[in-house]
Design a protein around this ligand. Structure first.
Ligand SMILES: [Zn+2]
Length: 296
């Protein structure tokens, strides 16, 4: 099967160094596999996503040499999200959840990463086929009991991973009370619609992979193969984040042009690339602070 890869940044903030690093790795993997590559701007959150952020993202990626076959605006995918919700409703998998965060925190167990594992209390009130469109509550999807599996690349190896989403995650919210479709469903529908075969993304999203595979299975869609890359961390060991004070790409570039290039040169699209170089990038310095890559 031919390779279709993607990079799907959210435009809730300006691109930071981690965004560009991730874009380079996703693009490099597509190049290594002679594949197609596209960029999808994740901008469903209209309150926080701005056109200025989208422009800055596109400009930063182009500057380092990332080239895409297509640029997709996620808002045009909304009709597919609605179709997926209808399919899940036909399969009697959707139910409204009236539990507040406080109820859930008081009642449910916590997973190792801190999220609450929803206990399925509201499961019995199944939504009818089109009832989801007028539902005024958050909507959850009843996951099957099955263990799911998928293929995951770790450096040069392709491994099979197994996960039990129901006990590790619980039924996820797929549509919020305010009508927004949640990331976990949108990413599955969007990637499947574009025929994505390989997903390369930061390891912060890795814990949700099993949950997403379960949604692929429920919707009868083909699961892509995954590769999760190390994150670039701030000196505090915290994640570089758009919402924290980590510097944006444009600020970094102005203040530390040479150091940035030194860090990027191993993954930069103008160079030959191998996944073997990635874990070696663990002691680079940017803006006088140490940037660490969490080992794979
Ligand atoms: Zn509930």
């Amino acid at each position: 099967m031919s390779y279709v890869g993607r990079f799907a940044p959210s435009s809730t903030g300006l691109p930071h160094f981690g965004t560009i690093f991730s874009a380079c790795l996703a693009y490099q993997d597509a190049r290594l596999n002679d594949g197609e590559f596209f960029v999808r701007l994740e901008n469903l959150d209209r309150a926080r996503c701005t056109v200025a952020n989208e422009r800055a993202l596109v400009q930063a990626m182009a500057e380092v040499g990332v080239v895409w076959n297509d640029l997709i605006d996620q808002t045009v995918q909304q009709i597919h999200h609605a179709q997926a919700l209808t399919e899940l409703a036909i399969a009697k998998r959707l139910y409204p959840c009236r539990c507040s965060r406080k109820d859930i925190a008081a009642r449910c167990k916590r997973a190792a990463d801190g999220h609450y594992i929803y206990d399925g209390l509201c499961r019995p009130s199944v939504l009818g086929t089109l009832e989801w469109t007028s539902c005024e509550q958050a909507i959850r999807v009843a996951l099957p009991e099955d263990t799911v599996s998928w293929n995951e690349f770790v450096r040069q190896q392709e491994l099979v991973k197994n996960f039990h989403p129901l006990s590790e995650f619980g039924d996820p919210v797929v549509r919020r009370k305010n009508g927004e479709v949640c990331y976990q469903l949108a990413v599955v529908v969007d990637d499947a619609f574009s025929g994505v075969t390989n997903v390369v993304r930061g390891r912060d999203i890795a814990p949700a992979t099993g949950l997403q595979v379960s949604l692929y299975n429920l919707l009868g869609l083909k699961t892509p193969k995954y590769r999760h890359h190390p994150l670039i961390l701030a000196e505090s060991k915290g994640k570089l984040s758009k919402s924290s004070r980590s510097m944006s790409w444009s600020e970094l570039k102005l203040r530390y042009p040479k150091t940035l290039l030194d860090v990027l040169h191993l993954v930069c699209p103008t160079r030959n690339f191998s996944w073997d170089v990635v874990p070696a990038l663990d002691q680079e310095l940017v803006c006088g602070k140490k940037l660490l890559l969490r080992p794979v």
